[in-house]
Design a protein around this ligand. Sequence first.
Ligand SMILES: *Cc1c(COP(=O)(O)O)cnc(C)c1O
Length: 387
Amino acid sequence: MDLSFIINQLGEDREQYFNAIAPPIMQSSNFAFKSVGEMRDLLRDEYKGFLYTRGNNPTIDILRKKLAALDGAEDALIFGSGAAAIFAAVLSQVQQGDHIVSVRDPYNWAGQLFTSILPRFGVTTTFVDGTDTANFRNALQPNTRLIYLESPNSFTFELQDIAAVAALAKEKGIVTMIDNSYCTPIFQRPHELGIDLCLQSATKFISGHSDTMAGVLTGREEMIRKIFMSELLNIGSGIAPFNAWLLLRGLRTLEIRLERSAASTKTICEWLKEQPEIERVIFPMDPGFPQYELAKKQMHGAAGLITIQLKVERREQVEAFCNGLQRFLMAVSWGGHESLAFPACASLAENEFDPAIPKHRMVRLYIGLEEPGVLISDLAQALGAIN
Ligand SMILES: *Cc1c(COP(=O)(O)O)cnc(C)c1O
């Protein structure tokens, strides 16, 4: 993959816009035609041209080309959020009476789609522990149309053996889809492992600056064209040109941001493992991670997210740690310039906290672009606030 070419040149036809280095934000909803013939052509096939921005737009088109190439895919669609990409992609693959096998605990809104929305239309889902490929095979039904993966998961980082699940699906003629938000194509290349549809929340690492929402879906042209013509145009969940431009800007530094975050995450991981207040540190590229060998086999790296399990008895102690952080902001999401903390207990009612359940004592950290020493000092003083 010629990463520099993709990021700096691919899709950018600078002579079309005064040789400007940064592409223009084509803030137009609509495009005019010189003849009825031209108009008729695009009304018949909106996929490749510019008719109306709900479908495509020149600024968005540059981004489509780059994100497809980064994934090693034939084409990409850009949505207004990662959740919209998930919704459109899943919807495109199922009909009434179909069955989905999904990895257990996928991203919250993927889970909601499987458990709350699709059953209303006669589509059922079986969730499996994805750490053992046999579980996927055992869950298949004659009407299984889709296998949905997320590897690693974004809180506790369980992996699936992507190549093995893809091979199983191919054997049975089932479509595979993966949420690759954690790794991005820099660290994991699911299409090369046999996956059909690959999606990311571009809100995270692709944007990188906590200033826009977006989702990206990549795959073979024939599949992407079908989703464009139906779900993307009909749901109307495409991205605005300005937000596409922000993502193009974010992309320029994707690799160096990931490198910086990966190096800091490794340093901080080593430090966290030495702290007596911490019972367990979960990070897929740590040799102590239960699926470390698989992580090394199918991922080229990992950056940013790392989860700690505090050695505490009471909810107030988890809260004292989180409330004590000065440099880490407390927030959901991740992938921006700034470091974040997300305690699992924030999703629980106060009286639901049970120290016997390890997850209740977990805090997910996102390591941003700050000096690692600054972040370690902050973690040290916040751990000191636990009593
Ligand atoms: C954030 C996220 C999503 C959803 O993306 P949005 O852009 O927030 O809609 C999907 N999957 C994972 C793993 C995420 O972290």
